[in-house]
Design a protein. Structure first.
Length: 463
């Protein structure tokens, strides 16, 4: 008996039932098929707009399961998707007709407080890792939503609340264990396969499957964090103030401005921030932001970093439809502010957000060639986040995001943060990697010349 699935690069292929059973028996974890009771739950990802049906989902319990999964896919010429947290807006962590190598059960953590390092498995989400390191008064830079997967965030770069002081998530990646396309296992570090480590620091899942990450940790205990909220009538003035204020922020204070829907269902403007350091110093740093105008709410408080990481979770619940457009914005000009405010007022869904995440400090001082992540200057990550709960509203919201994107084109830089990309084609992937793209192609030729790992923002190998 055989099972019909989609082969690489799309031709029909039959996999014998004997091969499937041998694969199942070899796994310590579970192999889920379309007939399995758990199938629909296991194939589901954060973005409800993504509805793909893999032939199998291998829920791996450790690196050996990942090796066996890669070997099975290679032997049977299967399309492979790799799932960590499943939080990719493009839905790259699931595929149609192939094999999903699911790492979400791999959640091991080993904290070494003396060395200030942590070894983390790829199924962890940000909040899960933060809670483990927080016990020791330590943290590594991650993102801004605690449900995001550690693996995908780090491999794409990793913008978050600690970037100003400690750099990006990928800057803090010390080493990694990687399963390569031939089923081998490598260590990538400064002393072993250092070229691979360079590629993992921002190059996505193009070169292999990371089964453990070693991060540097930093002292982070309580912080001053939160947001101030203004009515939309004050948004233009607030954004002008934010543009100037953000350029004066010390490394300890990382910020974001956002146009959102408030608790009263009206469109509002907010400034969000996370400030490290002793309370009295943090108070002085944050005071101008809190003192600006007449906010309708001031929600800044002393809190733990774990609390800060989950502050925005409610704005991105699991199960909604999502469509994003993004690029970097070097300067927040008055005419750009006008477009941002007009489009925020016009958004068809109260769940949609326009955000400007400021990148500065340590993250901006790294050389653009030091890691695969190339965008190393002070700038705003401009995010147009269309989100809806009713599938019938998808087209309206997607059109709004595209219209906003088009209206902002005169002000946006062509470059983009790879973790914000949807299915936007090769040109946008090249824009995400800029001058580093050629080096990434060379790495791809070395570690994955057949493009086994292509269900991602793909760097295509070339002879």
């Amino acid at each position: 008996m055989t099972s019909g699935v989609e082969a690489s690069p799309g031709a029909p292929l039959s996999v014998s039932q004997t091969a499937i059973e041998h694969f199942r028996d070899a796994l310590a974890g579970a192999l889920i098929e379309s007939r399995s009771q758990e199938y629909n739950t296991a194939r589901r990802v954060w973005n409800a707009s993504v509805d793909k049906r893999p032939a199998w989902i291998a829920q791996c319990s450790g690196a050996s399961d990942v090796v066996r999964s890669v070997q099975f896919a290679r032997e049977n010429q299967l399309v492979v998707a790799v799932r960590g947290g499943g939080h990719s807006v493009a839905g790259k962590s699931v595929c149609d007709g192939g094999l999903v190598i699911d790492l979400s059960m791999m959640k091991g953590v080993q904290v070494d407080p003396a060395r200030r390092t942590v070894i983390a498995q790829p199924g962890l989400r940000l909040g899960e890792l933060d809670r483990q390191t927080h016990v020791f008064g330590l943290a590594t830079p991650l993102g801004i939503v605690s449900d995001t997967g550690v693996a995908g965030l780090t491999l794409g770069g990793g913008l978050g609340w600690l970037n100003g002081k400690y750099g990006l998530a990928c800057d803090n990646l010390l080493s990694a264990q990687v399963v390569t396309a031939d089923g081998g296992v490598l260590t990538a570090s400064a002393v072993e396969n250092d070229d691979l480590l360079w590629g993992l620091r921002g190059g996505g899942g193009n070169f292999g499957i990371v089964t453990s990450f070693e991060f540097s940790l930093h002292p982070v205990e309580s912080i001053l964090g939160g947001m101030v909220v203004h009515p939309i009538s004050a948004a233009r003035d607030m954004l002008r103030f934010y543009s100037e204020f953000s350029t004066t922020c010390p490394d300890e204070f990382s910020t974001m401005a956002a146009l959102v829907t408030g608790p009263d269902a009206s469109v509002a403007a907010a400034m969000v921030g996370c400030c490290l350091g002793p309370t009295e110093i943090a108070d002085n740093i944050v005071r101008p932001l809190r003192a600006f105008g007449t906010p309708s709410a001031d929600l800044f408080n002393c809190m733990s970093f774990v609390e800060m990481q989950s502050l925005l979770d409610g704005a991105f619940p699991d199960g909604n439809g999502h469509y994003w457009k993004a690029s970097y914005l070097r300067r927040l000009r008055a005419d750009a502010i006008e477009v941002l405010v007009e489009q925020a007022i016009a958004k068809p869904s109260p769940l949609s957000i326009i955000a400007l995440q400021h990148m500065h400090g340590a993250a901006a001082r790294v050389s653009g060639r030091a890691t695969a992540f190339p965008h190393r200057q002070e700038q705003f990550d401009c995010l147009i986040l269309a989100q809806w709960s009713d599938p019938a509203e998808a087209n309206r919201n997607i059109e709004w995001a595209r219209e906003t994107w088009e209206r902002l084109q005169p002000f946006l830089d062509p470059s983009v943060y790879v973790n914000n990309l949807g299915d936007e084609g090769d040109a946008r992937i090249r824009a995400a990697y800029g001058a580093n793209y050629g080096q990434l192609v060379s790495l791809k030729m070395k570690f994955d010349p057949t493009n086994c790992f292509r269900q991602n923002q793909n760097v295509v190998p070339r002879a």
